[in-house]
Design a binder for this molecule. Structure first.
Ligand code: HEM
Length: 147
């Protein structure tokens, strides 16, 4: 179970990197945001769901509480991405024109994305170390328990 968790945690980091890729390509796209950020928005919600399921899996795999908490934090920060967008949009002027306040608030969306990436990377690193030590700690000749 620990090895599977380590693999999934590493996958989460890769998916977050793709999210940045989609953000950059969306920013370059001249189509309206609704269109140009569609994939980014879709993957953004997918990341939240993935992080929630991974948190449940971490608990089932009896990972250390700190690691379960950090995985849950990635999910919470992901929900925060929508909240930040909602708050930024609330500052929009009539005709949905962005304001300085809204754009400043939305800047936090990028920063929060970096924090999500850093936390997910720490989870993956720790999980890999734990799954390696689980292998190393097993006395020679003792079969690997069903993982
Ligand atoms: C880990 C990184 C990121 C995650 C998880 C993420 C997640 C999300 C989510 C969930 C939404 C949909 C919000 C909603 O409408 O409820 C969204 C929208 C958006 N994101 Fe990100 N985001 C990330 C990074 C970035 C970055 C770096 C940029 C900078 C270019 C960015 C730009 C946007 C924009 C412009 C929208 C709004 C699109 C619209 O008008 O509907 N995101 N993001």
């Amino acid at each position: 179970m620990r090895k599977v968790f380590a693999l999934l945690a590493t996958l989460l980091v890769l998916v977050l990197a793709v999210q940045f890729f989609l953000a950059a390509s969306g920013a370059f796209d001249t189509a309206p945001n609704d269109e140009s950020f569609q994939q980014h928005r879709g993957l953004g919600y997918g990341i939240v769901l993935f992080a929630i399921l991974l948190t449940i899996f971490a608990a089932l795999a009896r990972m250390p509480g700190r690691l379960i908490g950090m995985t849950g934090l990635v999910a919470g920060l992901g929900v925060g991405q929508s909240l930040i967008r909602g708050i930024a949009a609330a500052f929009n002027d009539t005709g949905d024109t962005s304001t300085t306040a809204g754009t400043l608030v939305f800047g936090l969306h990028g920063v929060n994305g970096l924090i999500m990436l850093a936390v997910a990377a720490a989870v993956a690193r720790r999980a890999r170390a734990l799954s390696r030590s689980a292998v190393a700690d097993r006395p020679a000749g003792v079969a690997q328990p069903a993982s």
